[in-house]
Write a protein that binds this ligand. Structure first.
Ligand SMILES: [Zn+2]
Length: 278
């Protein structure tokens, strides 16, 4: 199985987003106000898996509309995102990097995709869905969907960007895997499992891709880099630090497993686009 790491743009955020080690409203307010020159640039990764059962895309990155000329364009961003999310992310999507543009470069049309798996509904993972919604299956854990329609997530994950696209919404089920022991086993053979890793959002899924006795863990936003789980520093953006810690402890265990080929985080600046074979 080949796992292609595709970068679909970047974000410029306060350094407290990946390594804040606390979550509170004051911290969030500061993240929104941090001047651009004091921010860090982080990649936004998606993954294309060539699985025997078909082509599987994990997350969708930024949509082209957010950066029509491939540069940071606050006016274009404001047309897509509400002001608080525009202020948080400062997104950029260079020419050729939108998910459908990269797939076209590989000779793949959106309708050729068998699955699009959404780890969660934050805009940097979901806004590109408009480019690939013709995939045969779009899958989102029901638990993420449930909370995204309610409470504070309504402001964090604007419905106008995703509610119109048909999705399959399986429930997590009990498993020995994961910090919460909740898993969606896509094919029932443990080769692709969506594993609930709460903390960043409640329903967020990491993806474990297994081939024989080897696996790759796509950690989504449960961690931003290995520093999070090696030093147990929690990201400063999320909803529960306790749950973030629980998820980080699980990632650390998985990373130490000799069968682990790689742990890939969605915004790790140490990771370069490329292909991992397992
Ligand atoms: Zn993210």
């Amino acid at each position: 199985m080949d796992i292609h790491i595709l970068q679909c743009g970047s974000i410029r955020v306060s350094a407290t987003v990946p390594f804040g080690n606390r979550i509170d409203l004051r911290n969030t307010a500061r993240q929104l106000m941090t001047a651009d020159k004091k921010r860090v640039t982080l990649p936004v990764f998606t993954y294309l898996i060539e699985h025997p059962r078909g082509l599987i895309l994990v997350d969708t990155g930024w949509c082209r509309d957010i950066s029509p000329d491939g540069v940071y364009d606050p006016k274009a961003v404001a047309d897509v995102l509400p002001p608080h999310l525009a202020a948080l992310f400062h997104p950029t999507l260079p020419a050729g990097m939108a998910i459908h543009e990269q797939l076209a470069g590989m000779g793949i049309q959106p309708e050729d995709l068998d699955y699009v798996l959404l780890t969660h509904l934050d805009v940097d993972h979901m806004s590109g869905l408009r480019h690939v919604n013709k995939a045969k299956h779009v899958v989102l854990p029901e638990y993420e969907y449930y909370w995204s329609c309610r409470t504070v997530y309504k402001t964090r994950q604007p419905q106008n960007l995703w509610i119109q696209y048909p999705m399959e919404r399986p429930f997590y089920r009990g498993s020995s895997l994961g910090p919460n022991h909740w898993v969606i086993d896509l094919f029932g053979d443990e080769s692709v499992q969506m594993v609930n890793v709460p903390g960043h959002t409640e329903g967020q899924a990491a993806i474990v891709i297994r081939n024989g006795d080897r696996f790759v863990l796509l950690a989504a936003d449960a961690a931003f880099s290995l520093r999070n789980w090696r030093e147990m520093i929690t990201p400063g953006f999320g909803f529960s630090r306790d749950m973030q810690l629980k998820s980080l402890r699980w990632i650390a265990e998985m990373a130490d497993d000799p069968a682990c080929v790689a742990v890939l985080c969605s915004h790790d600046p140490e990771i370069a686009p490329g292909t991992i074979a397992i």
